[in-house]
Design a protein around this ligand. Structure first.
Ligand SMILES: Nc1nc2c([nH]c(=O)n2[C@H]2C[C@H](O)[C@@H](COP(=O)(O)OP(=O)(O)OP(=O)(O)O)O2)c(=O)[nH]1
Ligand SMILES: [Mg+2]
Length: 130
């Protein structure tokens, strides 16, 4: 049977800009831009996983998050449940701890990027943000 993974990912939206990172080439859906985050571990809440992943990947401390949207997607290799949290504040200076590119984008530039195949609905919801 295919693996199912549960993922917490952050739509980081501060001062009218979105912070994204680029998946490394060797990763699943590699080379595409992503909402930073990763797998929710056993016993963790979505919020806890998000705080841990953003510390590990970007070296930032999330101080404000709320639910944005959840979706499920069937990749050929695995089934993913993605839980997107809207992050509106954090402390620390973002860096690509794992060697990944990290960049701020306006909404108009974000919508031109290539995201993992599962991300169509979340990008559509971002398009509608004023
Ligand atoms: N972080 C993130 N993952 C996404 C997005 N869209 C999407 O399909 N995914 C998929 C790709 C991966 O299969 C999975 C996330 O896993 P990950 O590789 O980030 O996991 P992780 O950070 O825990 O890292 P690792 O266990 O692989 O070291 O979710 C997205 O916008 N952000
Ligand atoms: Mg990750």
């Amino acid at each position: 049977m295919k693996k199912t993974i549960n993922v917490a990912a952050a739509v980081i939206y501060v001062n009218g800009m979105f912070l994204l990172s680029k998946r490394l080439d060797h990763q699943h859906q590699g080379g595409k831009w992503e909402f930073p985050g990763g797998k929710i571990e056993d016993g963790e809440s979505t919020e806890q996983a998000l705080v841990r992943e953003l510390k590990e990947e970007l070296n930032i401390d999330v101080t404000e998050q709320s639910h944005f949207m959840s979706l499920s997607f069937e990749y050929p290799e695995k089934h993913v449940n993605l839980h997107f949290q809207l992050v509106t504040d954090f402390s620390g200076k973002e860096q690509g701890v794992e060697g990944q590119k990290v960049e701020w984008f306006t909404k108009n530039n974000l919508i031109k990027l290539t995201f993992p195949d599962a991300n169509v609905p979340v990008v559509n919801k971002i398009k509608q943000l004023t």
